[in-house]
Design a protein around this ligand. Structure first.
Ligand SMILES: [Ca+2]
Length: 268
């Protein structure tokens, strides 16, 4: 109330919890009564030994308007956020007119399955569904770019796929119901590249499983640096997905490292 403000009433201390993967972190906060309602702010400090990709959720938000979230230089509005964080200490603040049950931050990928590098002379064969990566069907707000590259199939590849919240989709037609594996022709100067795949929105090769690929020594600017990789499952066998005839969508999301993509095969 106005009287409370006039009398210099101190803000009320708030306590909450953040479920951070398998840990629980204390969240501190303050609530101030204002003439037009309560305003609250919460904060929690995250110590990240390595780059972290996760989903933040503000569970049980009661406010009429969504909360405002700040994390380092980033600012968001809403109760769900896809976060890509650098190593180090980061202060997360949540501000708004409402309350929540708890904050939840969950690592995007529980583990990473190394893809197998295939022979350099790997090539499409009869029965393969062939996707030229430079012709995506959809992209994130931050877009990649089709560029001419040495030894690329069709002369071009999909490049500038760099940032952790960047994604690209390719639509493809399946002629008959079969189990298909996933092969990619890629190039990167990075030692390791990690990607997250979905097919028709379902995680591939599994729930919260990332796919890592080794570097290939370059970007195909002046020489053929392309390498073929096959996605493996948890047991180290070629991962497969059974697809019905018709249109399907493969999505690749960047997790760690930059990589050019030339061609993708769905191999029965
Ligand atoms: Ca190509």
């Amino acid at each position: 109330s106005d009287a409370a403000l006039d009398e210099g009433v101190q803000p009320a201390a708030l306590e909450a919890v953040m479920a951070f993967d398998d840990r629980e972190l204390p969240v501190a906060g303050l609530r101030r009564s204002l003439p037009d309602g309560d305003l609250s702010v919460w904060w929690v400090t995250l110590d990240l030994p390595e780059a972290y990709r996760g989903d933040l959720e503000i569970e049980g938000w009661t406010g009429a308007l969504p909360p405002q979230v700040r994390l380092g230089p980033m600012a968001f509005t809403g109760t769900r956020h896809d976060l890509a964080l650098q190593p180090g200490q980061a202060c997360l603040t949540v501000c708004g007119r409402g309350q929540f049950d708890r904050l939840k931050l969950t690592r995007r990928m529980a583990w990473t399955a190394p893809a197998r590098r295939l022979a350099a002379d790997t090539a499409p064969r009869p029965g393969d569904i062939v996707i030229e990566a430079e012709a995506p069907s959809a992209e994130s707000e931050q877009r990649g770019q089709a560029m001419e590259k040495v030894a690329a199939s069709g002369g071009r590849a999909y490049c500038q796929l760099d940032e952790p919240v960047q994604w690209v989709e390719w639509a493809f037609e399946v002629p008959e119901r079969r189990a298909y594996g996933l092969l990619l022709r890629v190039a990167s100067e990075y030692a390791e590249v990690t990607r997250e795949f979905t097919i028709d929105g379902r995680p591939f090769p599994g729930e919260r499983v990332g796919v890592s690929m080794t570097g290939t020594g370059g970007w195909c600017r002046s020489r053929d640096d392309w390498g073929w990789f096959e996605v493996l499952d948890a047991d180290g066998r070629p991962a497969t997905v059974t697809l019905e005839p018709g249109r399907h969508v493969l999505r690749l999301a960047v997790t760690v490292g930059s990589q050019n993509v030339d061609q993708i095969l769905l191999r029965p």
